[in-house]
Design a protein around this ligand. Structure first.
Ligand code: PEP
Length: 249
């Protein structure tokens, strides 16, 4: 909808170096990015402050790819929301499917860190989505609802949440969901959210599509009313990320 600002996230995953991240950020700084598109890039944790210091484009922000649900303490290897704020960050990704499936994070843990980040002033890109097996079993919407309910059970205010619907079978495979399938699921997710967080919040929350979005297919989602942007993995490391950011122009 017109009221929801178009949002494009770039998830670098565990990729990059100081040299490559400098190239990417400088390319974005000089790309004449549209003023009405919110762009958030997520480099690996060791490069967060470095990347954030390179940002000059006014619409560009930096996100962490993960955080913990405590401020500080004996949690070796975890990432504190307080530290993210200390280095000037305003965003974090939670619930990415690679963390759900490879690191085995539970719905409840993801919900807890989502709430913790929001409660401490850091906005969240909350990722949800079904696996190939779940899609084959016809439980796509049930999975999305379960993942969302874990969060809505403990978080009443969704104004600082952006949802990324990312079917696991579409991530990094080159097999993006069709724009119509994405629209249908986004609409179903929004209809469900009306029942859990209320109509006003459900209509205001951005629902991004993620999974093999690239500079070519991004424009095909242009007329899909409930696709409010993208979360981009592989293509966010390439110059075509700018084409995705400009795909609604
Ligand atoms: C992602 O990692 O969130 C993602 C969508 O990856 P890709 O664009 O490479 O499929």
């Amino acid at each position: 909808s017109q009221a929801r600002q178009f949002f494009v996230g770039g998830n670098f995953k565990m990729n990059g170096s100081k040299a490559s991240i400098k190239t990417i950020v400088e390319n974005l700084n000089s790309a004449d990015l549209p003023a009405n598109v919110q762009v958030v890039i997520a480099p690996p944790a060791p490069y967060l402050e470095y990347a954030n210091n390179l940002v000059a484009a006014p619409t560009l922000k930096v996100a962490a790819q993960n955080c913990f649900d405590k401020s500080s303490g004996a949690f070796t290897g975890e990432i504190s929301v307080e530290s993210l704020k200390d280095i000037g960050l305003e965003w974090v990704i939670t619930g990415h499917s690679e963390r759900r499936t490879i690191i085995k994070e539970s719905d409840e843990f993801i919900a807890s860190k989502t709430k913790f980040a929001i409660d401490n002033g850091v906005s969240v890109i909350l990722c949800i989505g079904e696996t190939y097996e779940e899609k084959q079993a016809g439980v796509t919407l049930d999975v999305c609802k379960r993942q969302l309910k874990a969060v809505s059970d403990i978080l009443p205010d969704w104004s600082k949440v952006v949802i990324a619907y990312e079917p696991v079978w579409a991530i990094g495979t080159g097999l993006a969901a069709t724009p119509q399938d994405a629209q249908d699921i986004h609409k179903s997710i929004r209809d469900y959210l009306v029942t859990s967080i209320g109509k006003d919040q459900a209509e205001a929350v951005r629902i991004l599509y993620g999974g093999s979005v690239n500079g070519k297919n991004a424009t095909e989602f242009k007329d899909k009313a409930d696709v409010d942007g993208f979360l981009v993995g592989g293509a966010s490391l390439k110059p075509e990320f700018v084409d995705i950011i400009k795909s609604r122009l």
